[in-house]
Design a protein around this ligand. Structure first.
Ligand SMILES: [Zn+2]
Ligand SMILES: [Zn+2]
Length: 108
């Protein structure tokens, strides 16, 4: 966020409800998505004047994958991440770590 006098550019995110009975494109689970709209906007005296970079995003309930709407389908934005049971940091499941790269806690 920055200001040029009374003008400013900011980023906002708006909850758009949920989409039920969908199949997750990342893990294949039958689940629901939490929808939101992300956008940047230009404001004068804190009144939004115009928006751009509008993106429709969804968070899959099953595995937490973030998706972006791409026409009729959803495109996977972030890969599904496991989290370390000890330190809670994200771990890429495809990297095949046997130990947490953050705290060396054994995984599985
Ligand atoms: Zn999923
Ligand atoms: Zn860890």
């Amino acid at each position: 966020m920055f200001f040029i006098g009374i003008f400013g550019i900011d980023h906002a995110s708006k909850e758009m409800g949920t989409e039920n009975n969908v199949t997750c494109p990342a893990c294949g689970a039958y689940t629901h998505f939490k929808l939101r709209k992300d956008y940047d906007y230009f404001h004068i005296f804190f009144i939004p004047v115009f928006r751009w970079n509008v993106r429709e995003l969804a968070q899959a309930h099953c595995c937490g994958t973030l998706l972006e709407r791409d026409g009729e389908t959803w495109r996977v934005l972030t890969k599904r991440m496991n989290t370390c049971p000890s330190c809670g940091k994200p771990i890429d499941p495809e990297a095949g770590f046997k130990y947490c790269p953050w705290c060396s806690h054994p995984l599985r």
